[in-house]
Ligand binder design. Structure first.
Ligand code: HPA
Ligand code: MG
Length: 232
C-alpha cells in the first residue's frame, strides 16, 4: 500500500505500484456519448464517457499480468467487494485464469464475496455495512487479493483492511479499478490501480447511483438531470 500525503502520493517503492501513467486529468472533458453505444434508457442521464469499456478491458488484462508477475505460483483468495466490484472482479479473475492456462506460472484462486454499503445518492454516509464478512477465519495464513471497483476517500478501504487483518492472512493486496482524486484522501490506496480519476460521481461497469447504471458498459459521468431522475 502507498499513501496520499498533503495532496500528493508519497513516491511508491520500486515494484509497489504499476499505475503511474493512468491518470485522467481534471480538465479532461471525456468522450462524447455520441461516439459510443449505450442503452437508450439512459439518454440524458450522462455527461460523458470517462473510461470506455474496451479501455477498461485492456487495462484489466495488464493488471492481471502485474498480479501474475507479483503473485504467480501463490494460492490466493480473491475477496470481491460487491456490488460495484462484481464486473471488475469477474473480468480480472477471467484474465488471471487465461494467463494461468497459457503460461508455466499459475495462480490457484478461490473467490469470496462480501458486500459493502455506504452511499446514498452521490454521498458517502457514515455507517458502513460489511455483509458476508462475519466469519472469515478461512483467511488465516492465506494471500488475499481484495478487488474493489472504486476507492474514494479511502475510509471504506481502511475499515475493510482492518476487518480483514483481524483474521490474520499472510498477505493482503488490493486491486482497485478506479481511484478518485479527493483532497481528504489520507487513508490507504490500492497496490494495483486501473485509473486515477477526477473527483466526479461516475457510474457504469457495475458502479451505481441508487442501484441504477450497473447495466452500462462504459464508465461515465452522471449528469445533473440523471441525479435528479434517480434520486431517493
Ligand atoms: N460512483 C459510484 N459509486 C461510488 C462512487 C462513484 O463515483 N464513489 C464511491 N462509490
Ligand atoms: Mg454504490
Amino acid at each position: 500500500m502507498y499513501r496520499w500525503a498533503r495532496g500528493a502520493y508519497l513516491w511508491p517503492q520500486d515494484g509497489d505500484v504499476h499505475n503511474l501513467e493512468t491518470k485522467i486529468e481534471d480538465d479532461w472533458p471525456g468522450y462524447s456519448l455520441d461516439l459510443f453505444n449505450y442503452p437508450a434508457h439512459y439518454s440524458g442521464d450522462l455527461d460523458c464517457v470517462i473510461v470506455p469499456h474496451g479501455v477498461i478491458m485492456d487495462r484489466t488484462e495488464r493488471i492481471a499480468r502485474n498480479i501474475m508477475d507479483d503473485l504467480g505460483d501463490h494460492d490466493i483468495v480473491v475477496l470481491c467487494v460487491l456490488k460495484g466490484g462484481y464486473q471488475f472482479c469477474a473480468d480480472l479473475v477471467d484474465r488471471i485464469k487465461a494467463l494461468s492456462r497459457n503460461s508455466n506460472c499459475t495462480i490457484p484462486m478461490r473467490v469470496h464475496f462480501i458486500r459493502l454499503k455506504s452511499y446514498l445518492n452521490d454521498q458517502s454516509t457514515e455507517d458502513l455495512h460489511i455483509l458476508g464478512a462475519e466469519d472469515m477465519s478461512f483467511l488465516a495464513g492465506k494471500n488475499v487479493l481484495i478487488v474493489e471497483a472504486i476507492v474514494g476517500t479511502g475510509k471504506t478501504m481502511k475499515t475493510l483492511l482492518k476487518h480483514v487483518e483481524a483474521f490474520k492472512p499472510k498477505m493482503i493486496k488490493v486491486a482497485g479499478l478506479l481511484v478518485k482524486r479527493v483532497s481528504q484522501n489520507s487513508a490507504c490506496l490500492p497496490d494495483y490501480v486501473g485509473f486515477e480519476i477526477p473527483n466526479r460521481f461516475v457510474v457504469g461497469y457495475a458502479l451505481d447511483y441508487n442501484e441504477y447504471f450497473r447495466d452500462l458498459n462504459h464508465i461515465c459521468v452522471i449528469s445533473e438531470s440523471g441525479k435528479m431522475k434517480y434520486k431517493i
